[in-house]
Design a protein around this ligand. Structure first.
Ligand SMILES: Cc1cc2nc3c(=O)[nH]c(=O)nc-3n(C[C@H](O)[C@H](O)[C@H](O)COP(=O)(O)OP(=O)(O)OC[C@H]3O[C@@H](n4cnc5c(N)ncnc54)[C@H](O)[C@@H]3O)c2cc1C
Length: 349
């Protein structure tokens, strides 16, 4: 029960990192639930959008595309960012933020928008089309990472909710119930619980805030075309997309702060509601992810704060974190990723 690297949390972050590290170091992946993927990872809206999260997240999303496409984990959809009169300023600012980047964004007028999404009210005046937006097979990707990690020699324990973290002769000792493991390096990939893990290890928090996000599935008349684009309101008030079987997935874009936990949607009085769920998107203050060693402890590594983009960025983020953990330069070859952007040091200045 002695390893080079112990990773706490087997959601998308921990699983993808374990897969990148296994075979190059001895790895143990520790998950508190009886199955990995129960929290944020199992509750996402499952899209890949290069613009989502803003220009500082985009290099991670873009760099993840090749892995996702080669593995057959994404399917084309396209997105439309729509604005009424009140949202035109936000739409302009959104488009301007990506000018000069590799993200293709095309302006549409009201007539072109009406052709793309039937039934939209005339008050939606303009849109920006993001053709590259895609759906992600989240469960398939997560399972593929877990399988790859195990095949390359990683040990995976479920039902291992870490309650004790001690330091013994420079090695970490992680305990749950009557069990424990030892490791040289500790990776905190505990999602909404990331600050609680730091506290167990005697380190300062990074200010993780879990924010509840609700999703609902509606039956519509006529049925929503499954290939309709992802439609995102420019002021961030809602998004929706068509799903298999003529269903519509919709989010009211809520961000309710709450303690880390097994969140549930609030009561909704909506006709044609078929299903609803909620998950926690966990952010630090600047809403960028946190990847790197803690400035106060060179054996404690943060892999947290993935907010609403932790699935679409996972392949590149896992490669970046693996290279940092293995003492490599910390860049991902052929990408525009700057590891300093995501360093925990920025939060302690
Ligand atoms: C409604 C919603 C829609 C979203 N849509 C998208 C989207 O379309 N595209 C996208 O890219 N992202 C999306 N996201 C964001 C994405 O789901 C998250 O960024 C991602 O799942 C975070 O992964 P994670 O592994 O960090 O967290 P989690 O999946 O929450 O995993 C953390 C794990 O750590 C475990 N853990 C915690 N404490 C301990 C402990 N003490 N011991 C052992 N284990 C512990 C937990 O049990 C949990 O399984 C969405 C999120 C939500 C909620």
């Amino acid at each position: 029960m002695s390893f080079d690297i112990a990773i706490i949390g087997a959601g998308m972050a921990g699983a993808s990192l374990a897969a990148e590290l296994a075979g190059r170091a001895s790895v143990v992946l520790l998950e508190g639930e009886s199955q990995p993927g129960y929290h944020a990872t199992g509750r996402s809206a499952a899209f890949w959008s290069e613009s989502y999260g803003g220009p500082a997240v985009q290099p991670l999303t873009t760099a993840s595309h090749a892995f996702l496409a080669e593995g057959g984990f994404i399917a084309p959809r396209g997105a439309l960012h729509i604005a009424d009169d009140d949202g035109l300023g936000e739409l302009d600012a959104f488009q301007a933020a990506f000018e000069g980047s590799s993200v293709e964004l095309n302006r549409l007028d009201a007539a072109a928008l009406a052709v793309r999404v039937h039934g939209l009210k005339p008050r939606w005046r303009a849109a920006v089309e993001e053709p590259s937006c895609a759906d992600i097979d989240v469960a398939g990707l997560h399972q593929a990472y877990l399988k790859a990690a195990k095949q390359a020699g990683a040990d995976v324990y479920c039902g291992a909710r870490i309650e004790r973290i001690e330091r013994d002769g420079g090695r970490w000792r992680l305990g749950w119930a009557d069990d424990r493991v030892e490791a040289s390096l500790l990776v905190n990939a505990a999602g909404a619980w990331a600050d609680e893990i730091a506290a167990l290890a005697g380190l300062a928090p990074i200010g993780i805030r879990p924010l509840r996000r609700t999703m609902i599935q509606l039956a519509t008349i006529p049925p929503a075309p499954p290939d309709m684009p992802l439609v995102v309101e420019a002021r961030g008030r809602f998004y929706f997309k068509g799903e298999a079987g003529g269903k519509l997935w919709l989010s009211p874009h809520d961000e309710t702060p709450e303690p880390p936990g097994d969140t549930a949607p609030v009561e909704l009085d909506v006709a044609a509601l078929e299903r609803k769920w909620a998950g926690q998107r966990s952010f630090v203050a600047d809403r960028l992810p946190v990847y790197g060693f803690d400035p106060a402890d060179a054996a404690f590594f943060w892999c947290a704060g993935q907010g609403g983009f932790g699935i679409q960025t996972a392949p590149a983020a896992a490669r970046l974190c693996a290279s940092l953990l293995l003492g490599k330069p910390g860049s991902v070859p052929g990408t525009a990723i700057d590891p300093n952007t995501y360093s925990p040091a920025r939060l302690r200045r």
